[in-house]
Design a binder for this molecule. Structure first.
Ligand code: AMP
Length: 275
């Protein structure tokens, strides 16, 4: 496994692979890797000849009062996990944005809801960094997790709208044994909040069970689920169409429930397919 820190070197390598006719796989991350990230590497491996993982805590996708400064980091542990999951190149850019960088990519509509409401700058930062990564790494296939379901939808839309020649694959959300969605941010929770945070996934599971038992009243389902969540601030709890992320007032397939809750300075998200 090789570590590349220079953007020009990464791009030269990506272009050389493509010229050789190799399928380049790409898993972008912000590091502090866990089993959710490595599951994406395992999935990517099945679709590529060479695999690149980036580790880059992208400042432009954090708002001014968000947790950029306390975002956890573990470069050595990350390298070991990448090696164990068949990564050929870890790209940890030290010079990612060129001086005078002023271009951004913004996907409208899909970003005005869910996380876009509380984090208005977030998705613009994500689409802009991912578009630049695609130009640098030259991937044939890129893998994103359903943990960030809205992000996956936004990236698919960007790739479609801008005709970027990369295949996007979604990997299933990976959870801890107790049900909490794996997230690099979970380490920032104290013991009490870690326990309270179980109510996020618990409420989603209970809502799904209600649907499976025949309940179809969206308002009732959401009210019951909100009762079950214990957090400092419930940012959203919504049932939406699993394809276009439109709000559902009547239950129909594909339906997905989305939640975001704050625990002190830590914001956690989760989602689950319900129908
Ligand atoms: P992050 O490092 O949080 O930016 O995440 C990098 C990629 O890993 C994104 O595509 C995430 O959706 C994905 N990811 C993060 N947590 C999980 C998880 N628990 N299950 C599946 N994918 C995940």
């Amino acid at each position: 496994m090789r570590t590349i820190t220079e953007t020009a070197v990464m791009q030269a390598q990506g272009l050389a692979w493509r010229k050789e006719g190799l399928r380049v796989g790409f898993v972008p991350t912000m590091g502090f890797l866990h089993a959710g990230h490595t599951s994406l590497m395992d999935l990517a491996r099945q679709h590529c000849d060479v695999l690149v993982t980036s580790i880059f805590v992208n400042p432009t996708q954090f708002g001014p009062n968000e947790d950029l400064d306390k975002y956890p980091r573990d470069p050595e542990g990350d390298a070991a996990k990448c090696r164990a999951h068949g990564v050929d190149v870890v790209f940890m850019p030290s010079d990612f944005y060129p001086p005078g960088y002023v271009t951004s990519v913004r996907v409208a509509e899909l970003t005005d809801r869910l996380c876009g409401v509380d984090r208005p700058e977030h998705f613009g930062g994500v689409t802009s960094v991912v578009a630049r990564f695609f130009g640098v790494v030259q991937p044939t296939v890129a893998v994103f997790g359903e943990k960030d379901f809205q992000q996956l939808a936004v990236i698919r839309r960007m790739v479609r709208d801008l005709a970027i020649p990369v295949e996007i694959l979604g990997g299933p959300l990976v959870r801890e044994g107790d049900g909490i969605a794996l997230s690099s941010r979970n380490v920032n929770l104290n013991a009490v909040d870690r326990q309270r945070a179980l109510t996020l996934s618990g409420a989603l599971r209970a809502l799904k069970a209600e649907v499976q038992a025949g309940e179809r009243d969206v308002a009732k389902l959401l009210a019951q689920a909100a009762e079950r969540v214990d957090c400092d601030k419930l940012e959203y709890l919504e049932l939406r169409d699993g394809d276009d992320l439109e709000l559902l007032t009547e239950l129909r397939s594909p339906a997905r429930v989305f939640v975001a809750g704050r625990y002190g300075g830590t914001r956690l998200i989760d989602n689950l397919s319900v129908l």
